[in-house]
Write a protein that binds this ligand. Sequence first.
Ligand code: ATP
Ligand code: MG
Length: 571
Amino acid sequence: MKVSEMLAPTLREVPAEAEVISHQLLLKAGLIRKSAAGVYNLLPLAWRVVRKIEQIIREEMDRQGGQELMLPILQSAELWRESGRWDVYGAELFRLKDRHGRDFCLGPTHEEIITALVKGEVNSYKQLPLLLYQMQNKYRDERRPRFGLLRGREFIMKDLYSFDYDQAGLDVTYNKMYEAYYNVFTRCGLNFRAVVADSGAIGGKDTHEFMVLAESGEANVLYCADQACGYAVNDERAEALAAGPREDGPVLATEKIHTPDCRTVAEVAAFLKTSPERIIKTILYSTEKETVAALVRGDREINEVKLYNILGCVRLEQAAPETILAVTGARTGFAGPVGLKGVRVVADQEVMVLTNAVCGANEDEQHLINVNPGRDFAPALITDIRLVKAGEPCPDCGATLLEARGIEVGQIFKLGDKYSKAMNATFLDEKGQARFFIMGCYGIGVTRTMAAAVEQNYDERGIIWPVQIAPYQVAVMPVNHKDERQFAAAEHIYRQLIEAGVEAVFDDRPERAGVKFKDADLVGYPLRVTVGDKGLAVSQVELVVRRTGAMNMIPLDGVVEAVQTALNSLA
Ligand code: ATP
Ligand code: MG
């Protein structure tokens, strides 16, 4: 490819809305352009990266017995009603009607379509296990599309669905997919962790997320400081250790104290000369059914994912000030579990071992001291609803937990019979009896993986593509395009490289050397070959490694070998 003919429009300035580095650099280097919020054009360089990632995925899926197919994006609401997700999926689902007024949606994921397909076409246990996958656009009307390709409303996903005879079969398939994912992200040159995750709205139990570690990640990963232990978990899912024994000491009589202007835990603790650990923090939530009071120790935070799962609700949000006033009789900041009526109280286990604690009195500017759980209030539910944080002990080995931000690039789930049961998808076993397919689903965000690779591989000059997924491997250029000898030598090297199967571009533009170097660094080609006067005089050219900046003179007649050696050492 000649750079003069390439559609790779670089930018000097990037729009302010590009907050994260991958968004900035993909725009700047001319790989993507926004079409609408969360919807992007993938320009030729980006499309090459996408196709490389897809090819790595394809090879690893096929290696585990996956078969590629293509399913419709346009999906009838009928199927979604069968699975029950039409009503549950909410505003994220792009819904539309056809000319007859029938409901459709654009696929955010394909469990319904594939279950219906397999239900119709697969009848016998002899046809199992079956692993089917596709790579195509997905549509999700995200609440906050942002960070460029990291959270789009249209994005490319690889989704594989597995159909097994039983749970044991699913376990085997799941492990194969775990291995495949491990290989995919390793081959993409990424620093990642497989973490135990929450299964969220999709349902099912066992699940791992594959997280690329990067500052801009939206997830918080907790992992054990002891590498040999290997414990890693999405903090949404991190289980707290059991609470210790109940605190000793005489149980005192509850008193109400005037606490003017004390609304936050810190303010109350300072005013009452106590510590946040001794305060019961009460947060009110609204679900579609009820109001719930969630209690955690003042120094802790509520894990809303845990709470959501425990309550089994569809919608969970912090209660509005009006609701808080109606339920507690007080303004926000003075709620407490004592005497609270008409709401379900869910307490974190740690709250229950406190003695003579502090909480809101459900009256403006008033708190209670010497509150004793059990004596003064009885929660409907006592369980683990708090967020676990770095610094706490690892539940597996007791070493310290560390934390890092993670970008979820893939997730694998054991679905079991959730969809096959809802959609009555069965096969006949060896006795001729109908059984539900035992399913798994496995997604990789292809476009998100491309962006995540940039989040991990860049410097102040631009992108540094891992060689395995770089749009091209080498950029060749003359220092002075007006110098015919230099130009011809560079073009010759370019042609030799192409012939040898190296993916090369030739920067033939009538630009100053500085401009060409800058663009090559910005786009992030792993190698650059520069033909200059001084080198040519001694039959040498310059080979520069983008990642390290290492610069070497190599003989003119050995460029192909030198480039291949350098590429191998980078892979
Ligand atoms: P998230 O929690 O980030 O919203 P998710 O858990 O909803 O993602 P899955 O349903 O597991 O995502 O989808 C499989 C993969 O698709 C994800 O691991 C991610 O890589 C990718 N993906 C999901 N949503 C988006 C999006 N809005 N933009 C780009 N990629 C996405
Ligand atoms: Mg997920």
